[in-house]
Write a new protein. Structure first.
Length: 84
């Protein structure tokens, strides 16, 4: 696995697993993994999620990650995506 995805993505696998949910969700495991491997900005957001020091910081970073996974633009929220 490490040879296939690289050391950095292996380090991020726990957060990718947590965000991807079970295989019956609309996101699944593949999308966050592919995005982490191909998008350095998304990869940095995942790294930041692992280093959050407060609950509020984790909430904001997690929302940013989920908005990106669901195809939202930067500065959008989950509420605006749900409304859309």
């Amino acid at each position: 696995m490490r040879k296939s995805v690289g050391d950095k993505v292996c380090y991020l696998l726990p957060i990718i697993h947590a965000i991807g949910g079970c295989d019956t969700t609309s996101i699944g495991k593949g999308l966050p993994l592919r995005k982490a491997m191909s998008n350095s900005s998304f990869e940095k957001d995942l790294e930041h999620m692992l280093d959050c020091s407060t609950g509020e910081e984790m909430k904001c970073t997690g929302e940013k990650i989920l908005v990106e996974l669901y195809g939202g633009k930067k500065k959008k929220t989950l509420d605006t995506l749900g409304y859309r």
